[in-house]
Design a protein around this ligand. Structure first.
Ligand SMILES: [Fe+2]
Ligand SMILES: [Fe+2]
Length: 166
């Protein structure tokens, strides 16, 4: 019989998943900033790139807290979400709807992260990992704030701009 897996295993596997994902996101954000037609969008993507660097460091602290090496595990979900983002950049290059598309791609990333961090926080809490819970919570706050800013940016400028003929 295979050894029984517990919530500890799930926690570690999911931590590796988001660690891999954050590193991919770190590489994708400068590309999204370059692609963005609006200055506000560019600045927003670059700011979140810096936050993402800090989030990776928090994850490394969580690995340390549970006495495991910081190691990523291929996350096909984030690879798919980021590939869709690149597809939008490619297919909407030079069009008025590019920024609306970019924001939608970025929000898919944020929602993936929000799902993962929400779960990790619940499990860390259940496992009595108080410090890890606080670190993960700090990141979740940043992901949620980023998501809200993207919603505002879409409503205030990218979506209306996207309707107009070039
Ligand atoms: Fe993140
Ligand atoms: Fe994020």
């Amino acid at each position: 019989m295979a050894p029984e897996k517990t919530l500890n295993d799930l926690f570690l596997d999911t931590l590796k998943d988001i660690y891999f994902a954050e590193k991919q996101i770190l590489k994708a954000l400068p590309k999204m900033a370059r692609a963005s037609q609006s200055e506000e969008g560019k600045a927003g993507f670059l700011k979140h790139r810096d936050e993402t660097q800090g989030q990776i460091e928090r994850l490394e602290q969580v690995f340390e807290l549970i006495g495991k090496p910081a190691r990523g595990k291929t996350c096909e979900a984030i690879q798919g979400i980021l590939a869709e983002g690149e597809e939008i950049i490619e297919e909407y290059k030079g069009s008025v709807a590019l920024d609306a598309g970019l924001i939608s791609a970025a929000q898919a990333v944020e929602h993936y992260e929000i799902a993962r961090y929400g779960t990790l926080i619940a499990w860390a809490d259940q496992l009595g990992l108080t410090e890890a819970t606080a670190l993960l919570q700090a990141t979740l706050v940043e992901e949620e704030a980023t998501d809200s800013k993207l919603t505002e940016l879409a409503r205030a400028s990218a979506n209306p701009k996207g309707k107009k003929a070039a």
